[in-house]
Design a protein around this ligand. Structure first.
Ligand code: ACO
Length: 427
């Protein structure tokens, strides 16, 4: 017999269906709640609210499980390429050799940007944060590809928009970085792989040979995969809610980039490295820093997660990769030792244990990005490139399911009706 939930309001009983996800996740379907009872639910921060049904990513925060389309993140991170994972997220299945080849060729063919987009970079001061530049440039793609706004676009046209975005985001990121440094822009090399081409555009020079370090390529590939999707987090929910208004893919992703930039979300990776460098520069002991965290003078950035209450599987992989990559690159970064000390101190401290605070994906990723030669304000840009296929998959799922516009309710707590007071009578 299917389960039901009973809600008794003002002495009257109402029954609501209980639905179960494929991994046994249970939910009370309250779609008819307001119609039947006049009540709404209140859940600030959506801590208990399922906003959609989704078949893309499964996450169990208590058990530290993360799977894309059923495949464990540990397997994907160690065995797959980022484009393979992107295909999996967007189209639902791992690609065959020829599907992957076609996907890669299509993407690499579209990596160039319209020449006029360079003027957008010129319009920003060199001190501009690259996340602001990234979201603006992505927004501008609606102007270069107006067909992307068309709500009646067929699946083929939508797919072209998807391919263009996957292709152009790394070029936008690399060109905005080069522009901020006054360095010549490097045109994409479609023959290279996705990660390889990005590194070439970031660090190559027109008058020098460029040698790719396989350790760096592999590190980037792993980091992109680990960031590729994370179900209904803040930026993904933003993408979905903007997309639900039938905004274009480019506009929805630009909104997601802005949400990701926030220091409580993807912006935390920049904050972590700056925190570690500040600890190093000030000479404060990790014990004293933890004491400041506990009095809430500062937050331990890169710690804590809304859903992971045991460990973040991505952080476990990244921590191991961090040691390995720094060793292989011969980098000795004191930030790593400080991070490990902080982690150890926090994990044995009741403040963190009671609140179930563990290192999240951002705690060690910045140390790797730094070792790869990236400036700290670019760390969240790396996150955005990695997260792009997930955002696209979620936007596509919403579109295919013809989900209604996202429009939460509220509990109004302001004044009840009162009469307008003319300005000379106001106190
Ligand atoms: N340092 C110190 N205390 C913390 C931290 C932290 N990093 N995170 C949570 N807490 C404390 C809170 O102060 C609160 O304590 P209280 O019960 O005494 O008031 C308790 O733990 C619960 O924290 P909330 O903020 O209510 O948890 P929430 O789920 O709303 O927030 C968040 C999750 C935003 C990730 C939070 O843990 C945080 O700010 N972490 C630091 C920023 C960060 O690393 N963000 C990246 C997250 S991963 C990602 O988005 C890619």
């Amino acid at each position: 017999m299917s389960k039901e939930a009973e809600i008794i309001l003002d002495g009257k009983s109402y029954k609501f269906p209980v639905i179960e996800g494929s991994e046994g996740e249970m939910a009370i379907d309250i779609a008819k709640l307001r119609d039947l009872t006049g009540y709404v639910t209140l859940d600030t921060g959506y801590k208990n609210t399922g906003a959609t049904k989704s078949a893309i990513t499964f996450l169990d925060g208590e058990k530290g499980i993360l799977r894309y389309r059923g495949y464990p993140i540990e397997q994907l991170a160690s065995k797959a390429s980022f484009l393979e994972v992107s295909y999996l997220l967007i189209y639902g299945e791992l690609p065959t050799t020829s599907q992957l080849e076609i996907f890669k060729d299509r993407i690499m063919k579209h990596t160039n940007l319209h020449e006029d987009i360079k003027k957008i970079f010129d319009g920003f001061p060199s001190s501009a944060h690259p996340m602001g530049v990234l979201s603006s440039a992505v927004s501008s793609l609606t102007a270069y590809y107006p067909g992307s706004i068309d709500q009646n676009a067929n699946d083929e046209e939508v797919d072209l928009t998807i391919v263009r975005l996957m292709a152009k985001l790394p070029t936008i990121a690399a060109w905005s970085y080069r522009n901020s440094k006054g360095q010549p822009l490097m045109y994409p090399k479609p023959k290279l792989g996705y990660c390889e081409n990005f590194l070439y555009m970031m660090f190559g020079h027109p008058n020098e040979d460029f040698t790719l370090d396989p350790v760096v390529v592999e590190a980037l590939n792993t980091l992109f995969i680990l960031h590729a999707d994370h179900e209904q987090n803040c930026s993904t929910s933003t993408v979905r809610i903007v997309g639900s208004a039938h905004a274009s893919l480019y506009s929805s992703i630009a909104a997601g980039i802005n949400a990701l930039w926030g220091p409580l979300h993807g912006g935390a990776n920049q904050e972590v490295i700056e925190m570690l460098e500040e600890i190093q520069a000030s000479g404060i002991s990790t014990k004293d820093y933890i004491a400041k965290v506990k009095t809430k003078e500062v937050r331990l950035m890169g710690f804590g997660h809304r859903v992971y209450k045991n460990f973040d599987p991505r952080a476990n992989i990244i921590k191991k990769a961090c040691d390995d990559i720094l060793n292989k690159l011969g980098v000795n970064d004191p930030a790593l030792a400080i991070a490990k000390e902080l982690e150890q101190a926090a994990l044995s401290d009741p403040y963190f244990v009671e609140r179930k605070l563990y290192p999240n994906v951002d705690f060690y990723s910045g140390i790797i990005y730094k070792a790869l030669g990236l400036r700290s304000d670019l760390f969240t840009v790396m996150f955005a490139i990695g997260r792009l296929p997930g955002w696209i998959a979620q936007w596509k799922e919403l579109r295919d399911a013809k989900e209604p516009i996202g429009r939460p309710r509220q509990i109004y707590t302001g004044y009840t009706e009162r009469d307008y007071v003319s300005i000379e009578k106001r106190k």
